[in-house]
Design a protein around this ligand. Structure first.
Ligand SMILES: Cc1cc2nc3c(=O)[nH]c(=O)nc-3n(C[C@H](O)[C@H](O)[C@H](O)COP(=O)(O)O)c2cc1C
Length: 81
């Protein structure tokens, strides 16, 4: 059965999303797919120090060859907000 144009384009986009990507010039990184987790304010680093809760959270979302941009921590108590 012939595939519709939209279906074919959707499959192509999906294949592209899951294809490898080479990024960086000084340090080259080879990603195995293009689904990247953007930095989000999770505020799990209590007192500004990363802890086991962060390890747990990001390891749940990690994929082989994927890229996660982790959250920021506050550089001082007065930097919050
Ligand atoms: C340190 C940091 C924290 C962020 N926290 C959030 C957040 O909590 N929620 C959110 O929607 N976007 C947050 N953003 C923005 C997202 O990373 C992302 O840029 C945004 O969701 C829009 O997505 P886009 O850049 O792909 O369009 C944060 C960005 C940075 C740099």
């Amino acid at each position: 059965m012939e595939m519709h144009k939209e279906e074919r384009e959707g499959q192509q986009r999906k294949a592209e999303l899951l294809s490898q990507y080479k990024m960086g010039t000084i340090v080259e990184m080879r990603l195995s797919h293009r689904v990247v987790m953007a930095p989000l304010t999770r505020c799990r680093a209590l007192g500004g120090i990363p802890n086991q809760a962060l390890v747990h959270y990001y390891s749940q979302r990690a994929t082989n060859g994927g890229l996660i941009i982790s959250e920021a921590t506050f550089i001082s108590p007065t930097a919050i907000g």
